[in-house]
Ligand binder design. Sequence first.
Ligand code: G4P
Length: 544
Amino acid sequence: MPGSASRFHPDGKCLSGSAMTTVSDRRTFAIISHPDAGKTTLTEKLLLAGGAIHLAGEVKARGQNRRARSDWMKIEQQRGISVTSSVMTFERQGITFNLLDTPGHEDFSEDTYRTLTAVDSAVMVIDAARGIEAQTRKLFEVCRMRSVPIITFINKVDREGRSPFELIDEVADALALDVCPMSWPVGMGGTFEGIYDLARNALHRPAADATGAFEGDSVPVGGLDDPDLDRLLSADAVNQLREEAELAVAGYSDFDPVAYRNGDLTPVYFGSALKEFGVEQLIDAIADFAPGPRPQPGEPRDVSPEEASVAGFVFKVQANMNPQHRDRVAFMRLCSGKFKRGMKLTQVGTGKVIAVHSPILFFARERELAEEAFPGDIIGIPNHGTLRVGDTLTEGEAIRFTGLPNFAPEILRRVRLADPTKTKQLRNALNDMAEEGIMQVFHPSIGSQWIVGVVGQLQLDVLISRLEAEYKVDAGFEASPWDTARWIAADDDKQLEEFKGLFRSALAEDRDGAPVFMAKDMWELNYVQGRHPAIRFSATKDRR
Ligand code: G4P
């Protein structure tokens, strides 16, 4: 039987008031999904269940208010979407949840990927009719790189969907994960009668006259054989449930918290974000199973969240909050220590000391200035461009957090400059924005036009708009012959030089001078890779 009926802490400890520490009480997570799978709806319902908001629709409404207030990016207003991700915090039963938004539609960018370097776990939302889709898979790969544990939520069971077996098998096969169904839908769409909680042996039923939210009740039963189920469900539904759920319990893995936390197994929940069904179970699962702040890899040593001294890393920089002042907010994930407002932190690398007088502490309910933050929390640090993505901040110790990579761009464009006398401004602007981590800039070995690389289309529009607004550079982008890029390396310098000689027209350097191979498409990349086994082609590169 998968799971257990008790609320148990990942470390096996019971969650009871006084036993909690600030470290194990934090759940810093993100939702990964393909557009339209229901991420926004689920976010809203999680915030509602956590008491952070009171009205459905507030996630979007709040976003719009915020945009109107900050009035910062024409593009955001024109398109009515948020270019940058944010942090949403709510508390429930003594646990603080930090939900980091991963922008998903056209605003998919390197930020989306990098946000996943700042979380301790993720929820993967899948549309029951569509299964695993392209963007989910990409985001999953980033989670896998860091062994981020994943809880799967199969959404929209209130509509006709694919068979639960087919969906679970797809998760197992496509992502090469062990799967453990924690709940089972009793029918879907028109035949939907509820969800059976396999871990706690309870039947969640929608209210008989449900039109909007399903509300309904949760009835504990003695197990799948309990005759009460015959009374609670229609004859067809109960037969189907028993048959399917028994097969599922026998056929899939048991829930193993260690395998989950290592990123090898995903517990699978079914539900409907729209109808608020299965959402509480999901929050409970995050509270019960998801890890609190994990130790973070660093050099010369890893950093444990239990350490007293403050250390954190910047995973995102939001620029242009106010075009007049070139202000930026650096989002720092706190990895250890108790942060206090006014603290002086050292930017490792430059040695600069920054007094953090006005941190934006997202765990505060209304984003007012708060006095302290704990490992797992995100702190927004206003600055004038000093802080860059990948920076480590400490109380003085020279530690550098690793594993905050650049991700191989998926769109490459040549930069066309309208006024050639602005070459220097363009170079500075591109360098600045590359440093910020919102795009990458490559210098091809042949030709003089810079190439910019991004992972989402919207980033290109953002770049053009920022070049104009901030740097007064009139530039555009034109198609490049390449589609993707990989950093290249080899153990033997001679072999690397030979490779570079062969592919001079497809070579470039990134802003640090590291060699990059650009390919027309994945087919060409795979072909060249296959022919040159001595060369390592890397889709990520550590930033510093
Ligand atoms: P996203 O952020 O992942 O892109 O998805 P979003 O929540 O915006 O949901 C995409 C569409 O799917 C929305 O419908 C939303 O109402 C619907 N949806 C989300 N969860 C469920 C669910 O559990 N069941 C059903 N039946 N639908 C769900 P829309 O018509 O595109 O937008 P809207 O007009 O409803 O906002």
